[in-house]
Write a protein that binds this ligand. Sequence first.
Ligand code: FAD
Length: 450
Amino acid sequence: MKILIIGAGPGGYETALLAAGRGIEVILVEASQVGGTCLNEGCIPTKSFCRNAQILDQLKDAGAFGITDLNYGFDFNAVLQRKNAVVDQLRSGVEGLLAHKNITLVQGKASFKDAHTVLVTRESSSVEYTADYIIIATGSVSAVLPVPGADLPGILTSREILDLQEVPGRLCVIGGGVIGLEFASVFRSFGSDVTVLEYCKEVLPHFDADLAKRLRSSLGKRGIEISTQSQVTAIAKNEEGYTISYMRKGKEESIDADKVLMAVGRKPNVFSLNLDDAGIGYGPRGIAVNENMQTNVPHIYAVGDINGRMMLAHAAVFQGIVALDHIMGMQNHVDLSVMPAAVFTSPEAAGVGMTEDECKEKGMKVRCLKSFFRANGKAVTMGETEGFCKLVVAEDGRVLGCHMFGPHSSDIIQEACAMISRHATVDEFASVIHVHPSLSEVLQSAIHSI
Ligand code: FAD
């Protein structure tokens, strides 16, 4: 069997590695760099920044730990160099794995000639490829607000902000979603005055409302201005930077900033694929797929951001497993509905499963069990007591969701994810023993808050 995969982001390269490991001949086509958005301009470089931000925050707090006369400088150039080194290291690791598994990596831009033929163009020459199955994993690109001035030179997306040569004095982030808040948090730690303008009533619209509200207030305490219900109407250049105009509760307002980050979501990258000639169905939300990640053309699959289902790296990877298992006629046990998500702000936030509001909208009776990091011994010793943990529990005792913010939430959520994906009840949660003192005891405390 031969599979051709378009796009070497996490959806593409992880599926390629798995397929090759199962003895399938794989051709992997990549227009840019192996690793995709995630490794080159998404998850990884941002988390390298987060680590720098975290160290800076800890240094600022050092006095509370008896460390005095701390005299440190901050070399932003070194931050950039470290970020680039982290990305390079991981990218060459992936390249090495692909070579080790004898995967044919073709550099060039793929487009469909017909449902069975993919044309790969590099510089001015094109080569045709065919395969038994084709998996599209071309990811997504930053969306831009359709307002005057959004295309002004110097307006940043999540890609360009990673390569800023200096920390902006005043940063305006348009969009209070995951990407917007992560950059807001990091650049606040780096020293910027940050304002976030969010169109919705609350930040992080897809997260638990309680969590979003508390996280917003926590970021506010760190000096990040967050203005919700703010609809940006125009961006204009001024002498020093930009003026961003917005409507808030019927009133016209504006702020000035040196730099503007456009973080208003991402669009599936369908643009150059010529999907029409292959008869593949798609819309503004991406390529339409069924629960097996199969498009309307049975031998063509679409995984990751391109199908618009869940724009997360681990979602792309697991959708790839589902697609490959289906291609190979193998039984699959992945439950894509239990998908954890994290926000790497300071403090972190994370969630998995149903939110309280989702349950209410579906008319389900639930109760919520809560605990707070301020009562967690480890958090107190760390001096990081901000945050809470909330479990959403069904009438029959099954835990449907877990939502938290606080130190290391992105790690702690994994236990809840494992339990929820196995349909565990409150009693089963309660039977798991936790190390003491540990941050993960916050889950145990929530269970015992009954
Ligand atoms: P991508 O990673 O986008 O890869 C697609 C690849 O296809 C690219 O390499 C592209 O060059 C290639 N390609 C496109 N068109 C063609 C073509 N015609 N021919 C050949 N190749 C083509 N997710 C998380 O889970 N955790 C995080 O912490 C996180 N942080 C993020 C931070 C930022 C700033 C951003 C922007 C995203 C973040 N994400 C995060 C989201 C994550 O990066 C994506 O969900 C993930 O990369 C999607 O993987 P993918 O394989 O679908 O696509």
